[in-house]
Design a protein around this ligand. Structure first.
Ligand SMILES: *[C@@H]1O[C@H](CO)[C@@H](O)[C@H](O)[C@H]1NC(C)=O
Length: 289
């Protein structure tokens, strides 16, 4: 459905798109859009660079980053997470402004688990330097059996985290109510695979089992549509970008249904309802927002 809509846009507004879109052929190969940032020896290119394998062993984890930063847009990739016993590992896919003092960041963190136990996806949002907005969802499928698409959609209206076609997290632009919203700084796209057994699985109770190493995750179909920075300054404010279109300004009815389904059946933690951390409900969590 998504692709159909998008192709519709391309067909109708070829000129606008030619001006605003950063990448031509889609999906891109790894090296077109990304570079390795941590441990070259632990990232292997597969299928002519169209896919990669990330390796975590006792020597090192690894990471990669986009060559450019983007201000608004949609980033997605297909990921096949670590099979079997992945307890204590964290695979992350996120956007980050790389500005320490006023950090903006949009996080997907995949927390491994013991064999047969569900992978947990933690999402978090930093706006203007403040984070502490964690939510956790247990995946309703075996995330290591197949590739699934993980998407961050970021426009002037909202930020949506998708797992396949299912929205698992929505953060609306409520600047009108003085709620901070990331919109001034471009963000790079990052991914890392590392060991975090002090907190990742059952709060750190489950330790990594190094006899199961190396731990392997696979990525493919890298897809970034956004306003590259540096790039044309007018891009980020242009209403002609497909990701700013009416179809993307709020969840549609089907998405809203799926979002409710996830929250009812698979949400296991929400900072909004964590009274011990937040005796006063954070403003962006108030009903109706
Ligand atoms: C791991 O599995 C346990 C038991 O099913 C579950 O409670 C937990 O949320 C899962 N995820 C993590 C990261 O611990």
């Amino acid at each position: 459905m998504d692709m159909g809509l998008r192709n519709g846009f391309i067909f109708i507004f070829p000129c606008v798109l030619a001006l605003s879109v950063s990448v031509s052929g889609r999906p891109a190969t790894f090296l077109e859009d990304f570079r390795i940032t941590w441990s070259e020896s632990h990232i292997r290119k597969l299928d002519g660079g169209r896919a990669i394998q990330l390796v975590l062993d006792q020597n090192s984890g690894c990471g990669f980053a986009s060559k450019k930063q983007y201000l608004f847009g949609r980033v997605s990739m297909k990921i096949k997470l670590i099979p079997g016993d992945s307890a204590g590992t964290v695979t992350a896919f996120y956007m980050n402004s790389d500005t320490d003092r006023v950090r903006d960041e949009l996080d997907f963190e995949f927390l491994g688990n013991r064999t047969g136990q569900p992978y947990t996806v933690q999402t978090n949002i930093y706006a203007h330097g403040k984070g502490d907005r964690e939510q956790r969802v247990n995946l309703w499928f075996d995330a290591a059996a197949d590739f699934h698409t993980y998407t961050i959609m970021w426009n002037h209206h909202h930020i949506v985290f998708y797992v396949d076609e299912v929205p698992i997290r929505v953060y609306k632009n409520n600047e009108a109510r003085n709620i901070p919203y990331p919109k001034l700084q471009p963000m790079g796209v990052y991914s890392t695979l590392w060991e975090a057994d002090d907190w990742a699985t059952r709060g750190g109770l489950e330790k990594i089992d190094w006899t199961k190493a190396p731990f392997l995750a696979y990525y493919k179909d890298f897809d970034i549509d956004g306003c590259p920075v540096p790039g044309p300054a007018s891009c980020a404010t242009s209403t002609g970008n497909w990701w700013e279109g009416t179809a993307y300004q709020a969840l549609n009815a089907m998405e809203a249904r799926r979002y409710r389904w996830v929250r009812m059946n698979h949400l296991i933690y929400d900072y909004c309802t964590d009274k011990s951390r937040f005796p006063i409900i954070p403003p962006e969590c108030m009903a109706g927002i």
